[in-house]
Design a protein around this ligand. Structure first.
Ligand SMILES: Nc1ncnc2c1ncn2[C@@H]1O[C@H](COP(=O)(O)OP(=O)(O)O)[C@@H](O)[C@H]1O
Ligand SMILES: [Mg+2]
Length: 230
């Protein structure tokens, strides 16, 4: 199976050498776990280091905010956009049903092979009907596969619930699931990552610590983390 480098130091060691090319990976976790950092790191390094053009669709924060935060990591998305290697998609909340058509045409336009959708939970703010939303998520997964993109879809874990995602369909349409946790251990909070599933891969079944600092996310594949029982 062909794999792409995630661009996140330490992560590829957990999944057998990288994310399977053309697969759809769900990155999920509660708010503040670093899902947006994960997504931006995946596409930024994708363009810069691995020559894979990329598209980022955000329903949550405006493109300007994400680009501004990314500067804190030294990632200049404006430059990549000028070079035609990267696009932030602006969506129209009044024509939300068209958003995935726009995504598809932008992927074709710049021949993108990496895509991030951030987040399905925020898309739910614009699509009131849950059945319609589930249909959209399913169609999105089909479109991304057809377009030969390695994709990250982001969803939210609601604190205190046991599900892996907001709508409960995200993990079924995804080929892989990576869960980010941010939980209290005694007097402080610890960040831990778990590869929940990764089709076609022998992956780590352990909880691993990760950090977020000025170089983005770094995972520690050799270390195991502790978490209170769920
Ligand atoms: N430049 C930075 N340096 C260090 N940590 C950062 C930086 N930017 C964000 N973080 C950490 O990442 C967290 C937010 O990550 P984010 O990706 O926005 O979370 P999510 O999308 O899961 O809600 C912040 O609360 C902070 O702890
Ligand atoms: Mg976010």
């Amino acid at each position: 199976m062909e794999r792409v480098k995630s661009g996140i130091p330490g992560l590829d060691e957990l999944t057998g050498g990288g994310l399977p090319r053309n697969h759809l990976i769900l990155v999920t976790g509660t708010s503040g776990t670093g899902k947006t950092v994960f997504g931006t790191q995946f596409v930024y390094t994708g363009v810069k280091r691995f020559r894979e053009n990329s598209v980022y669709l955000s329903f949550e924060e405006p493109a300007e905010t994400i680009a501004e935060n990314a500067k804190g990591f030294g990632w200049d998305f404006k430059e990549l956009e000028r070079q035609g290697k990267f696009t932030f998609i602006k969506y129209d909340p009044y024509h939300i049903e068209d958003v995935f058509d726009i995504l598809e045409s932008e992927i074709r336009n710049i021949k993108a092979t990496r895509v991030v959708v951030d987040s399905i939970s925020a898309l739910g703010l614009h699509v009131r009907d849950d059945a319609e939303l589930r249909r959209m998520i399913f169609n999105l997964s089909l479109a991304l596969r057809k377009l030969s993109c390695t994709s990250i879809i982001i969803s939210e874990i609601v604190p205190g619930t046991r599900g892996l995602s907001r709508y409960g369909v995200e993990e079924f349409v995804a080929d892989g699931v990576i869960v980010l946790y941010y939980e209290r251990i005694e007097t402080s909070f610890a960040r831990t990552l778990h590869v929940w599933k990764m089709r076609g891969s022998k992956h780590s079944e352990k909880l691993h610590p990760y950090k977020i600092d000025t170089s983005g996310i770094t995972v520690y594949p050799e270390e195991e983390a502790f978490m209170k029982e769920r």
